[in-house]
Design a protein around this ligand. Structure first.
Ligand SMILES: [Fe+2]
Length: 383
């Protein structure tokens, strides 16, 4: 068997309605001035933000808890800068990221910026890794999707330059993750489908990634199978708690894959798309996925067939069938199938293609000439 390494430095608490005990168990981490970074609205309305803040205040070593709720979807560099400024002014010692991927990514980026003199833009544009001055982060996801609670990346967007990219480094791994599926119960239909599709994308991309290992591929198979069975069930009934629990689990194990096998071209191509259109990560991935599957099939037909078969719960053979099934799956979830549907004009395609950054070498299809241009072009309109 091929040798490999695994890095899972985050302590994980997983379950339903376990967050209070988990916070208690983490009491020794919750010291000094603590910033709670959240995307706000619905979590505040449901009383979760205040209850979480109150629970932390009761921890013996916690001094002050400050709530920073100025984070939007596709978290912006300006919001991160504001959070860093707040953090410095208030002498913050640690950060909690509470919400979807946006809140957790913003929390990580703020954690990287509070302890340093230089502007966070140096890390964002310069590709510099966050260092040992990065504040400790505890991540509490409220969606089943991004896996940010277990990854070493903070994905943010500079709204001035329309660049979406990541600050990455081992210092960004959260110290602990509290994955409580209870928080996902109130997530509305569209976000549930988009984040659920992101879980599938993490599964399929890490499955086919050249940076993967037998361990991450085993997890991918499990994650893909769970999304295939339970996400359509949630599409019919958002109250299905068993399905919510399973999706939270799949999201968590795919978070481990993000740090250990990485993702492929759909994630690289979604970043410029998200930056230009401010559309969601999951919707962008859905749009790009059919074309990507088409190209991956050229290089790894058996693996693509296996992945799509696990998703569908039945044997799927042939390129056409794989494409057809993935398209039907996306349609069933009510997600978009073309760049046009996301409001992209044809003139934007070469611009986005020139802005794709990050490592594409993990992707088998990256050896195809002009693959990025081809993928955007094929995804422009419904076939
Ligand atoms: Fe993702």
């Amino acid at each position: 068997m091929e040798p490999y390494q695994l890095n899972i430095p985050t302590k994980v608490y997983f379950g339903r309605d376990i967050w209070r005990e988990a916070v208690k168990a983490l009491e020794s981490f919750l010291k000094g001035n603590i910033m709670l970074v959240t995307t706000g609205r619905s979590l505040t309305r449901l009383g979760y933000v205040e209850e979480l803040a109150e629970t932390i205040r009761k921890c013996s070593s916690a001094e002050h808890v400050i709530i920073f709720d100025g984070v939007s979807a596709n978290p912006k560099l300006s919001e991160v800068r504001k959070g860093i400024q707040w953090g410095k002014e208030n002498g913050i010692d640690m950060i909690l990221g509470f919400g979807g991927g946006s809140a957790m990514d913003a929390a990580k980026a703020i954690a990287a910026g509070v302890g340093i003199e230089e502007d966070i833009g140096e890390l964002f544009y310069g590709g510099k890794e966050p260092g040992k001055n990065t504040l400790p982060v505890i991540a509490i996801p409220t969606t089943a999707g991004t896996g940010s609670e277990l990854s070493k990346a903070a994905i943010i967007t500079d709204e001035q330059t329309r660049k979406k990219g990541g600050i990455r480094g081992t210092a960004l791994y959260p110290k602990a993750a509290i994955v409580d599926s209870l928080f996902t119960d109130s997530v509305p239909f569209r976000v549930t489908m988009e984040t659920g599709f992101d879980v599938f994308a993490h599964g399929m991309e890490s499955y086919l990634s050249l940076a993967g290992s037998p361990y991450t591929r085993m997890q991918s198979e499990c994650g893909i199978q769970i999304v295939g069975k339970y996400l359509p069930r949630l599409a019919l009934d958002l109250e299905d708690k068993e399905a919510r629990d399973k999706l939270s689990f799949a999201s968590m194990i795919m978070g481990i894959n993000l740090g250990n096998a990485s993702t492929c071209l759909p994630h690289r191509l979604q970043y410029p798309l998200g930056a230009h259109t401010d559309t969601s990560h999951g919707a962008g991935l859905a749009v790009l996925f059919t074309a990507w599957i088409n190209w991956e099939y050229e290089y790894a037909p058996a693996m693509v067939e296996r992945g799509i078969s696990l998703l569908m719960g039945q044997e799927i053979c042939g390129k056409q069938a794989c494409r057809e099934k993935i398209r039907c799956f996306i349609e069933k979830l009510g997600l978009p199938l073309s760049l046009k549907e996301l409001g992209v004009e044809k003139e934007l395609l070469p611009v986005m293609a020139s802005e794709v950054t990050g490592n594409v070498k993990n992707d088998l299809a990256a050896q195809e000439e002009e693959i990025i241009t081809k993928l955007y072009a094929m995804s422009f309109d419904r076939e």
